[in-house]
Design a protein around this ligand. Sequence first.
Ligand code: 6R9
Length: 647
Amino acid sequence: MKDKSKALEALLQENRVFAPPQDFVAQANANDAAIYDQASADRLGFWARQAESIDFFEPYNEVLEWDAPFAKWFVNGKLNVAYNCIDRHLKTDRRNKAAIIWEGEPGDTVTLTYQDLYREVNKFANVMRKLGVKKGDRVTIYLPMIPELAIAMLACARIGAPHSIVFGGFSADSLRDRIDDAQSTLLITADGGWRRGSVVPLKGNADQAVEGDSPVKNVVVVERVGLAKSNANMVEGRDLLWHELMKESSHICEPESMDSEDMLFILYTSGTTGKPKGVVHTTGGYLVGTASTHRYIFDLKENDVYWCTADIGWITGHSYIIYGPLANGATTVMYEGGPDYPNKDRFWEIVEKYGVNIFYTAPTAIRAFMKWGTQWPESRDLSSLRLLGTVGEPINPEAWMWYHKFIGGERCPIVDTWWQTETGQIMISPLPGLTKTTPGTATVPFPGIEVDVVDEQGNSSDAGYLIVKSPWPAMLRTVYGDPERYKSTYWSRFDDYYFTGDGAKRDELGNIWVMGRVDDVLNVSGHRIGTMEVESALVDHQSVAEAAVIGKTHELKGQAVAAFVTLKDGFEGTDDLMAELKAHVAKKIGAIARPEDIFFSAELPKTRSGKIMRRLLRDIAEGRKLGDTTTLADPSVVQKLMSQNDE
Ligand code: 6R9
């Protein structure tokens, strides 16, 4: 019965079309379809018009210089991102407007006006300069979602020191790898962070990450949970307390004049190899790309309260909690904790409390809300909401409909936004005053963006690979320290096209349906995890001879990590060892990579040429009937694995 209704839904889903509500259209920032035609007739002209909303100290002399695959946008322009996100608003009515409304998990709150933000950012910028950080020096930030995170990143932008933010859920080892790759001289962390009432030992991890040989000279520590509570240990001569440094620091700090192509930040993301890539974003194009998409896609109005629930440790937080919104002079909400702490209505309580108008979250969160039940959102006043967004993974139509009905009150348009760490800005999304939406599709490319779906040969097709045909302002410029990897990963599969790593199809209406990754990258709760990374973490354990990791369909997470492991002689696949291996992966990478299932096997199913047959492993993990097994070197391997899953 359940299967039947699912199939029915799949059949019906393409027919469900939602036109933008008339009253929304009337007030929308973009409500004339000519915006698409104008942008495709003159793509660079379109982006030049978007750049008019950004203040340059010195004008650029060319919109784009394209030496494929290396792009320069707004060539020779000089500007500062922090100046654009803060200073220029002080000359307007926005001076005393809330820039950041922050709520901590325990319920403490801070509101920073633009003037407050200006003062705090300048003070911390001066702190860093005093510690010897100069333009071009990399700074690693490993903080929870607290105001100091926003302040630190904007302070980096102010002095031209690229930041590399490492999500607080990553392990000490992951942090060390990222510090070493970026050769950061400064690390900013906190004594701890709050997560569902308990303390995440950030400082303990940070200590391990910089132990022994490390480029880090100083560690700045924000006291978030209290030094005593967190057991944080301060190392003399290396570790300094944020609030003490800030006490004596001046609130006047000249912003550095940056070239459009100077690096703004590095953000590490998982790819097809064991080592995460440092995705490099620069100054001018990134700001133009994020600010313009934020204004049009979220239909931002002067008095809106905008909330994106992502963590700033991911690209969504960089582009759509901080840079895009603040460049637009918005009020952006930042929340530290989990959605179910202390109760399962925490998000709706925040919407009610601050009168949130625009709400942007991930499908995995929506699926959790669905599971918790409608009583939670129904107990709160959500009438301030006027626009909803999603990001991170394909949204299943059932979750879209639930979001539409129970959060959006059937009146709010939903923007399903497709993009990546590498694209920096949203690439495919409805414009809420123009685009008809259908649950499950991110619809059409943003004006000025050219994407296509192509077959193996790179010919336009209705099903195949999602590619981008021409450069866009916020595109990654390279992989930090590895331009060859940049070329081979993104620009070699299809000659002059950017390869996204996603599969997609196009329907009769021209809507693009992103189907998920076609490479060895998993999407667990909207977070990217490389199968190779998890495999290296597993073989790092003394008991493991070989490991193969796949993504298994998961009701809430979208995908869950499943691992197939062969053990070295003398080890036995016990429950204890299974628990130990799961914990080992969490320790090596972070809790988000912890395998949901581990299957022990005497051997892994391989083709005669020695390739692990992942498709088969996925079938086994999901308990499906096996597809073609004729290429297997040893069919009995699979039989044994199947019987294990039956147990
Ligand atoms: C912004 C972000 C990128 C990958 C991407 C794709 C998946 C993101 C999506 C989506 C379908 C959407 N993805 N948004 N798939 N519909 N609206 O999530 O960046 O962490 O780099 O992940 O996420 O597979 O390739 P990132």
